[in-house]
Design a protein around this ligand. Structure first.
Ligand code: S3P
Length: 164
């Protein structure tokens, strides 16, 4: 892998990884897409049929395989939360960029999302609590932190490119 993006749901990881991959002529790899491809199910279907723990097992497997491939990896918001994933991400030499966003922006962006089971399960308050809980993990991994609230995905990608 050439670059890894981390951050909470709705931080813009997938969009920004697509722009950067185009700009840098690298492969875009989205962990959620790799998981749904491998499972032949959508994320809500995986959560419904295998539970969150089943999803997390697939996520860990898929992460390890993805890290062997070149390109730009957009992780899932929960990827760094599992200790095994955190350790793998911390050990890699690949630069890690955190797309940071305030709980207010996150809720505006994904509050009504039906493709993210945790949004449905937790509601706005629970989601913001989860974000606060996870933030130390994201920051511990990050070589670069970008505050995304007032930036377009193109501006975020440009900042990352300038830093690389
Ligand atoms: C999750 C984030 C999602 C997806 C799944 C669980 C999480 O990815 O992996 O719904 O636990 O934060 P995005 O961050 O791309 O939404």
């Amino acid at each position: 892998m050439d670059l890894i993006l981390v951050g909470f749901m709705g931080a813009g990881k997938t969009t920004v990884s697509g722009i950067l991959a185009d700009d840098l002529a690298l492969a875009q790899r989205d962990l959620d897409d790799l998981i749904t491809d491998a499972a032949g199910q959508t994320i809500p279907e995986i959560f419904a049929s295998r539970g969150e723990s089943g999803f997390r097992a697939l996520e860990t497997q898929t992460l390890r395989a993805a890290l062997q491939q070149p390109g730009i990896l957009a992780t899932g918001g929960g990827t760094p939360v599992q200790d095994a994933n955190f350790a793998v991400l911390q050990d890699t030499d690949v630069p890690v960029v955190l797309l940071d966003a305030t709980p207010e922006s996150i809720l505006t962006r994904i509050g009504g999302d039906t493709n993210r089971p945790l949004v449905q399960q937790l509601g706005p308050r629970g989601l913001s609590e989860l974000q606060a809980q996870r933030n130390p993990r994201y920051h511990a991994l990050a070589d670069l932190v970008i505050a995304t609230d007032d930036l377009t995905p193109e501006e975020i990608a440009a900042q990352i490119k300038a830093w690389l």
